[in-house]
Write a protein that binds this ligand. Structure first.
Ligand SMILES: Nc1nc2c(ncn2[C@@H]2O[C@H](COP(=O)(O)OP(=O)(O)OP(=O)(O)O)[C@@H](O)[C@H]2O)c(=O)[nH]1
Length: 377
């Protein structure tokens, strides 16, 4: 099977410093051959002009915000890059997409996973969110889009720290770390960031091994996180009472907006993000994994920002990596190597308006075995 091309998504709110980061990246000879897709909202593709190293490999999308209207264009642009590569007209080692400041990364990742052909040709190598130390705090207060961009990130690039005091920068950094406990935070000076800090943060591919997988899921970071998270289920609801319907979340599958706004204070967007993690010492039964995933997706698919998991399944001698966005789960990738002793499975879920306690309870189902009913005599 040909090696999949790593794809990095650069996102971040308006004027956060995305193009500055991209330019610095393209100037760095150690970054390898990069094909770039830029999405500029509006009639004039300004960012394209601003990209100093404009090359054959740069594709500009300008018909709207990538997460809403131009998903077809995005697919075409990427397919076009691969066609030229196959025809020997250009070559690249990775693809970088710069979104507009308004983009929600979830549907973009979703498109990349579900599009036939692209899913097999591309490997998500990470969501990089640029956060501006000057306007970032206010931006997070004002718009939930920017909070989601932070929550989904594998890497957070802190820009414009030269324009704030060290105390302000540290306070902002702490807020980012609370929103995205598993993300790496790096500081950029005019976009300059060491390449190894930006790349290599996606789910490991087939040849991947345990350390990579552990770093990607990063359960310890989520275990330490102590965000004041909303609880939507009634206290004491438990899996045991859920019965054969597997109503793991103890609530209606689609909560009404009025219920959400009644329970979650709209003023503090950060509180709407929840993340949970769990480590399992024993192998997980594949049927229980299916049941859990299907239930999670059916009940709360649109609110799932990421599911990251390394699963040691009953009956397999190497683990699987699972990556999900919204209601789409990427086909599991079976890792080639494992260290032979640690057979722990790790699961992280990042979502919006999700009941944290109920999510944790739902994960308990992965410790159980399917019930086997004896056949009638
Ligand atoms: N002082 C300072 N300015 C920066 C830094 N990074 C970016 N800028 C400036 O911030 C402004 C916006 O940067 P861009 O890179 O265009 O931001 P963007 O996120 O691509 O903007 P949009 O595509 O319009 O959303 C530019 O004037 C940059 O020069 C930094 O680290 N320090």
């Amino acid at each position: 099977m040909p090696k999949r091309i790593p794809l990095t998504l650069i996102t971040g709110y308006l004027a956060a410093g995305k193009t500055t980061l991209l330019n610095a990246l393209l100037r760095d000879a150690s970054a390898g051959r990069i094909a770039v897709v830029v999405n500029e909202f509006g009639d004039v593709g300004l960012d394209h002009d601003l990209i100093v190293e404009t090359t054959e490999e740069t594709v500009l999308l300008s018909s709207g915000c990538m997460c809403c209207t131009v998903r077809g264009d995005l697919v075409q642009a990427l397919e076009g890059l691969f066609e030229k590569r196959s025809a020997g007209k250009l070559d690249f080692d990775r693809i970088v997409i710069e979104t507009t400041g308004l983009a929600d990364p979830a549907p973009i990742l979703h498109t990349l996973i579900v599009t036939p052909g692209l899913g097999a040709a591309l490997r998500m190598d990470g969501v990089v969110t640029v956060c501006d130390a000057v306007n970032g705090p206010v931006t997070l207060d004002r718009g939930f889009e920017s909070v989601q961009q932070v929550a989904m990130a594998d890497v957070l690039v802190l820009s414009k720290t030269d324009l704030v005091t060290p105390t302000q920068a540290a306070k902002f950094r702490a807020r980012l770390a609370a929103l995205a406990p598993g993300a790496k935070i790096v500081t950029a000076s005019q976009g300059a960031v060491p390449i190894n800090e930006l790349f290599g943060h996606g789910a490991p591919d087939m040849g991947g091994a345990l350390p990579e997988a552990e770093a990607w899921v990063n359960t310890p970071a989520y275990a330490l996180s102590s965000l004041p998270l909303p609880v939507l289920t009634k206290p004491g609801a438990s899996l045991a009472g859920a019965g054969p319907t597997y109503g793991l979340f103890g609530m209606a599958p689609t909560p009404t907006p009025s219920l959400i706004s009644a329970i979650i204070p709209a003023a503090h967007h950060d509180d709407r993000i929840s993340s949970v993690s769990m480590v399992f010492d024993d192998p997980i039964h594949p049927i229980m994994l299916d049941i859990w995933l299907e239930t999670l997706i059916a009940a709360r698919g649109p609110d799932i920002l990421r599911v990251k998991a390394v699963i040691w399944a009953d009956g397999f001698d190497t683990p699987f990596v699972i990556h999900g966005v919204q209601h789409i789960i990427d086909p599991p990738i079976r890792l080639a190597r494992w260290n032979g002793t640690d057979r722990k499975s790790r699961v992280v879920i990042i979502g919006r308006d999700l009941p944290r306690e109920a999510l944790l309870e739902s994960l308990e189902v992965l410790k159980t075995r399917p019930m086997v009913h004896p056949l009638p005599a």
